[in-house]
Design a protein around this ligand. Structure first.
Ligand code: BLA
Length: 513
């Protein structure tokens, strides 16, 4: 797919979005140098009282006292921490703000978002029962899809946005919408797949480090942070900022999608980005900071439940495959040649990795079980594997026709291959096969053209695609993927076989002494 795209998508990965140099206008930002809390940088929309060079104590003493109280407290590991709500009286107005703070290179970054008087406050009395009910429903959920659906519903209820999607990344960083909740104002994207380039690598890394991202109005004009450099001469790192200005490519993407506001919460499992809860509104709309914090808590509870379920499912499969493995060990021990132990129990050999065919191949013999390619094709596969010379690893492929010449001819029997080498000395393998599973993937727009070059010919400027019409792709020549546990089971069998062979060799040596 990527070969067909002639445009260079790595330009997307290179955009330094963490040093945007500006903020979105729904709040203002101050950079303070402790201990004096002198303003060293400010967004151009900050009140005049907090001009660069003044001390926060002189500008807003009440706010300065709040900040000082938090200076020594360790903040959260990721994101800015919400301090509290303050009312600031300046020459221009008397306004109430939600204040967030974080540290960057020894400086305190304060971000103040105006409180929308019309927004409902999510006090503890509202939040606690909601969280309790959420946790109870999560526990009762039957599967991961139901979990995803519940979190989409609750996040949408807390934010009041038009649509909430649970978006999971795959191994290639393409993403699929697993669950959705919406009020019908925006189209459904349920089950659609989106190409990896929609969320480039550095954006994903940023979302891993800062779980919350909000864009209240994709039609905004960025507000510069002045002066551009911190006192140490560097651009201000906005990775943990809540107001950070957005990549222009992404703002355009949102407008093309008909979404004027968005909020994304990252789902991390074991520190890695599993997916996003991505919410949208057709019209501009700001989700207040305290509601975003509530969403972050919901998302974290969801992530814990998710990882517990995924671990549970893995443990169950490990146990089941472990039992098959134990039986096979017994069968192999009963026979003079371990190969006979396997050949007499083809069902268990296949069940060990949920394969539909298998082969035990040595230099002079090729023995087949279940649905396999013809013997000469298996032999060609063996030749290909032995030519690789790598006998340590489990060889895994889910698209054999892309790897082994001529494999397309027997895709119906072997599109997936799992292979272990069972001798350190001679080329001998156990191979397992899985048939082709033809699938139709529905993409949200043509994945071959995820971006278009700048009509003006700008060097580094790309534009996102304009159409998100469903684009169907028929995927051929692929099997169902081998799971981590299945690959482990094959690896364990390899260890056992090598052990048996070694023991037999030692026994033989001892007998001949
Ligand atoms: C960011 N792209 C994003 C974000 C999402 C998507 C969710 C996070 C910001 C947000 O919450 O709005 C993509 N939005 C989606 C997807 C769906 C959705 C997949 O609704 C599907 C349902 N984008 C492009 C191209 C480039 C690009 C070609 O299409 C690069 C040239 C860039 N996307 C891009 C960048 C960001 C981004 C740079 C980071 C924006 C930022 O945080 O500054």
């Amino acid at each position: 797919m990527t070969q067909a795209a002639r445009i260079d998508l790595t330009a997307c990965d290179r955009e330094p979005i963490h040093i945007a140099g500006s903020v979105q206008p729904h709040g203002f930002l101050l950079v303070l140098e402790p201990p004096s809390l002198t303003v060293v940088q400010a967004s151009a929309n900050a009140p005049v009282e907090a001009a660069v060079g003044t001390s926060l104590d002189a500008a807003f003493p009440h706010l300065a006292a709040i900040v000082r109280r938090h200076l020594d407290e360790p903040g959260p590991q990721t994101g800015a921490s919400y301090l509290r709500t303050v009312t600031l009286t300046s020459d221009a107005a008397r306004l109430t703000y939600e204040v967030a703070a974080h540290w960057v290179d020894g400086l305190v970054v304060l971000e103040l978002e105006e409180v929308d008087a019309a927004a409902t406050d999510l006090g503890l009395d509202v939040l606690t029962p909601r969280l309790r009910s959420f946790v109870e429903r999560l526990h009762a959920a039957h599967d991961i899809e139901e979990l995803c659906h519940l979190v989409a519903q609750d996040i949408r209820a807390v934010t009041g946005l038009d649509r909430a999607l649970v978006y999971r990344f795959d191994r290639d960083w393409h993403g699929t919408v697993l669950a959705e909740d919406g009020n019908g104002a925006l189209p459904s994207y349920l089950d659609l797949r989106f190409p990896a380039s929609d969320i480039p690598a550095q954006a994903r890394e940023l979302y891993r480090r800062n779980r919350m991202r909000i864009i209240p109005d994709a039609g905004y004009a960025p507000v510069p942070i002045l002066p551009a450099a911190t006192p140490s001469g560097k651009p201000l790192d906005l990775s943990q900022s809540v107001l950070r200005s957005v990549s222009p490519v992404h703002v355009e993407y949102m407008r093309n999608m008909g979404t004027m506001a968005s909020m994304s919460v990252s789902i991390l499992i074991d520190g890695a980005l599993w997916g996003l809860i991505s919410c949208h509104n057709a019209q501009p709309r700001r989700v207040p900071l305290h509601a975003r914090n509530a969403c972050d808590v919901l998302a974290q509870i969801f992530a814990l439940q998710l990882s517990a379920r995924e671990r549970g499912a893995q443990a169950e499969q490990r146990l089941a495959l472990g039992q098959v493995q134990a039986r096979l060990l017994g069968f192999m021990a009963e026979e003079d040649s371990f190969v006979d132990g396997l050949l007499k129990h083809p069902d268990d050999v296949l069940a060990l990795v949920n394969a539909s065919g298998a082969a035990v191949v040595t230099a002079d013999r090729c023995r087949l079980m279940g649905a396999t390619p013809e013997e000469h094709d298996v032999r060609a596969m063996y030749d290909w594997l032995s030519a690789r010379g790598d006998t340590d690893d489990v060889f895994v492929s889910e698209a054999l026709s892309e790897t082994i010449p001529g494999a397309a001819a027997y895709a119906d029997r072997a599109s997936g291959l799992l292979a272990i080498s069972i001798s350190k000395k001679y080329a001998s393998y156990i191979l397992w096969f899985r048939p082709e599973v033809v699938r139709t993937v529905k993409w949200g727009g043509n994945p071959v053209k995820p971006a278009v070059p700048d009509p003006e010919g700008g060097p580094d400027r790309l534009h996102p695609r304009k159409s998100f019409e469903i684009w169907k792709e028929t995927v051929q020549g692929r099997s169902l993927p081998w799971s981590v546990t299945e690959v482990e089971a094959a690896g364990d069998l390899r260890t056992s076989v090598l052990g048996i062979v070694l023991r037999r060799a030692e026994e033989l040596a001892a007998m001949s002494e």
